[in-house]
Design a protein around this ligand. Structure first.
Ligand code: NDP
Ligand code: 8X3
Length: 252
């Protein structure tokens, strides 16, 4: 029986690249996102390679998540891989200038959405057992502080700790849990973060040779295809151009 991977946020960036990578290897796909037209286009493209099931879903909507996952066709009853990828940053202003609505959106998406997909899919992953994997999209921002990261970075710190804690609770089931923590990667992430400002998007990546979504997809594919007795607990990756800025001192 072919393996099935469930990808949240498959309409762009890492999620879309993962869909292509796993389809090439013959995995069946369950793809989610809010943008129906993009989901349909990806389904049209990848159905030539494998079985594709799409779910037009907002991960923040717990009821919709429950209904969609409970209603998954029998064909997808056992899930071998869950890629908890849907997420976003909004803004990079200092905390006193931020909108609480943006903070709510980041918490609801990056924390609560990830909680929902994980909890709802755990029975299917456990039914698969040995060799099943959850890969969570954390970030360097969950580990290293930087100005303007505030709630975004804090949501990714949640992802890191939740991943470790899940490992404990899943011992004996064969289900593995990994947190990957990428640094600068080129995707629509920065367009979303900067409200569609193309100039800020361009400036973010200019001259930096950022990681590409296909690089992340390859990394996730590698993690999920490790021998069944190996768990990659966490994996931090940055472009070679990215390092740390050092501690700063404000002087009066
Ligand atoms: P993109 O903006 O390209 O993709 C984000 C995906 O998440 C889209 O498919 C989007 O789909 C989906 N999404 C966002 N909000 C929701 C929601 N409420 N419900 C359902 N889907 C949602 O960004 P990336 O691919 O770069 O980011 C993917 C993940 O990787 C995120 O969690 C991000 O925090 C993390 N990350 C990104 C890094 C980067 O530098 N790019 C570095 C480290 C981590 P749609 O809009 O159709 O719903
Ligand atoms: C995205 C990476 O450095 O923009 O999670 O926070 S960063």
């Amino acid at each position: 029986m072919t393996s099935t991977v469930f990808i949240t946020g498959a309409t762009s960036g890492f999620g879309e690249a993962c869909a292509r990578r796993f389809a090439q290897a013959g995995w069946s796909l369950v793809l989610t996102g809010r943008r129906a037209a993009r989901l349909q286009a990806l389904k049209d493209e990848l159905s030539a390679l494998t079985d594709v099931h799409t779910l037009e879903l907002d991960v923040r909507d717990r009821k919709a998540m429950e209904t969609a996952i409970e209603g998954l066709p029998e064909r997808y009853a056992k899930v071998r891989g869950l890629i908890n990828n849907a997420g976003l940053a909004l803004g990079a202003d200092p905390a006193p200038k931020c909108s609480l609505d943006d903070w709510d959106t980041m918490v609801d998406t990056n924390i609560k959405g990830l909680m929902y997909s994980t909890r709802l899919l755990l029975p299917r992953l456990i039914a698969h057992g040995r060799g099943a994997s959850i890969v969570n999209l954390g970030s360097v921002a969950g580990k290293w502080p930087y100005p303007g990261s505030h709630v975004y970075g804090a949501t990714k710190a949640f992802v890191a700790q939740f991943s470790l804690n899940l490992r404990n609770d899943l011992v004996g089931t064969g289900v593995r849990v990994s947190n990957i923590e990428p640094g600068l990667c080129e995707s629509e992430f920065s367009l979303v973060r900067f409200g569609g400002d193309q100039a800020r998007y361009d400036a973010t990546y200019a001259g930096a040779e950022p990681i590409q979504p296909e690089d992340i997809a390859e990394t996730i594919f590698w993690i999920m295809n490790q021998p069944a007795h190996i768990n990659i607990n966490s994996l931090e990756l940055m472009p070679v151009s990215q390092t740390w800025a050092g501690l700063s001192i404000h002087r009066s």
